[in-house]
Design a protein around this ligand. Structure first.
Ligand SMILES: [Zn+2]
Length: 464
């Protein structure tokens, strides 16, 4: 399996250890608000990648941290007159509920930062002892970037360029270098804090990740993932911390970053009010459609959501479901003893293409396109298949879709709708076409289409 590596800027083979797990760490959320579709994209993509690998017999340990203590949580707690702990718990539950609804099931372990204070303190002590950290009175402990010459390797920035960065960098006019980041913030009134030999306080944003990953995965591991917006400064800071603490390079062999989600060409943001939370999305749309929408785009590139994005994705999912229902129908009523020639070739081509696209850089858009190509090849011959062929195609397609986390069971057609369809069949059998046409129109009005096939009438939810 080849995958783009942000560290080397090339696609390279993912090396799965023999007998051991591949260790994967993905930056989880800061739990201070309802997660949005940008967050959903990161977690759905890694869920899909891990499900795919597991379907191929690979062993992965997937670890995700949860930032449950942070400036943002404290600010939100002040706003709502609640404790930071209560805020963190509320939004952790919201996050977990959203992930369940989206079918994100592949994380083995969620690690809450506040449960790893001991590991965090130990790592900071090491950095202090090795001369990588310095203290600013009444403020905290900072990492000295001048002590780590490799800073900027991941994002392709030099220390000077890094110092020009303005994104989520700790502010203090007493820092040695502008890009220096906080490892530990000293205790302040009304804020949670923990005891420490080097001064009571709470962890900075970056240190929890490396303390948690060292605890579970060791000082070096296989794969680190996250949103592309975390590349700098967050992931650079992780590399600086862990490589300085351990003296071992590289901290992580392979880095994978997921692109952003824009709305009408603009970055999702609260100030623009174009923010779509997962809850808002799921209020009107399905989890399968979101997964499909994301996988129809190269995971590394920005997705631009427009007015039609969600309905197009729902239609595409419905197209797959209707195809699977047709196969079911054929499998239950077909009397054909033969099946059209060449179907073996269609299936082989599909299976080969689908796997090749996924293994070659995780090209999910091409893999999804091959699903629709398969459907397109079968549509013209579907009513001529025999039972076993219909069953076989359905089984294969379901299995391949499950690799990417889809479990599209056919939407049940409501009984009332089936009754109308049955009445229409009877009328047609009695040549009462005017009456049967009226029932067809009624069905269309309800959002269904009815197809008169050589095997009888087939009803499905309309895709347009
Ligand atoms: Zn992180």
């Amino acid at each position: 399996m080849r995958l783009y590596n942000t560290l080397t800027k090339t696609e390279s083979e993912i090396v799965f250890p023999t007998k051991k797990n591949l260790n994967l760490f993905v930056c989880g959320p800061t739990v201070y608000d309802d997660p949005h579709l940008g967050n959903a994209r990161v977690y759905l993509t890694f869920d899909t990648l891990v499900r795919f690998w597991r379907s191929q017999g690979k062993k992965i340990f997937y670890l995700q941290n949860i930032t449950d203590i942070d400036d943002k949580i404290i600010a939100k707690a002040r706003e709502e007159n609640a404790t930071p702990k209560a805020i963190a718990q509320r939004y952790l539950r919201a996050y977990q509920k959203n992930m369940r609804s989206l079918g994100v099931i592949s994380v083995d372990r969620y690690a809450l930062a506040t449960k790893y204070i001991k590991d965090i303190k130990r790592q900071i002590e090491t950095l202090i002892a090795k001369g990588h950290a310095y203290k600013i009175e009444n403020d905290g402990w900072y990492f000295d970037l001048k002590t780590f010459s490799d800073y900027g390797q991941l994002a392709g920035r030099t220390v000077e360029q890094a110092e020009d960065g303005t994104s989520r960098i700790d502010a203090s006019d007493q820092k040695r270098n502008r890009g220096d980041f906080c490892l530990w913030k000293f205790k302040r009134d009304g804020e949670p804090s923990w005891r420490a030999n080097f001064g009571d306080g709470r962890p900075g944003w970056h240190i929890e990740d490396t303390a948690i990953s060292e605890h579970h995965l060791g000082q070096q591991y296989d794969l680190h993932g996250g949103g592309v917006d975390l590349t700098f400064p967050h992931h650079e800071a992780e590399i600086a911390q862990q490589e300085s603490a351990s003296g071992k390079k590289p901290f992580v062999r392979h880095w994978a970053h997921i692109g952003l989600v824009n709305v009408d060409g603009k970055k999702m943001s609260k100030s623009l009010k174009n923010f779509i939370t997962i809850n808002e999305y799921l209020g009107k749309n399905s989890a399968d459609a979101l997964r499909l929408l994301f996988l129809q785009h190269d995971y590394r590139h920005t997705i631009n959501l427009t007015a039609g994005s969600f309905t197009d994705a729902e239609k595409a999912i419905l197209g797959i479901k209707n195809f699977l229902r047709k196969l079911d129908f054929v499998a239950s009523v077909a009397k054909n003893t033969t099946t059209p020639p060449d179907t073996a070739r269609i299936k082989e081509n599909f299976a080969e293409e689908y796997l090749r696209h996924l293994e070659n850089g995780f090209q999910t858009p091409a893999a999804i396109a091959s699903v629709f190509k398969l459907i397109g090849s079968y549509e013209p011959i579907i009513w001529r298949l025999n039972k076993s062929e219909a069953r076989e195609v359905k089984k294969m397609l379901n299995e391949k879709l499950a690799w990417l986390g889809f479990e599209p069971t056919g939407d049940k057609i409501p009984r009332a709708v089936l009754k109308i369809a049955a009445r229409r069949d009877t009328l047609r059998n009695h040549q009462q076409f005017m009456h049967s046409d009226a029932l067809r129109k009624e069905l269309e009005g309800l959002g269904y289409t009815i197809e008169d096939t050589p095997l009888g009438s087939f009803i499905s939810k309309a895709t347009s």
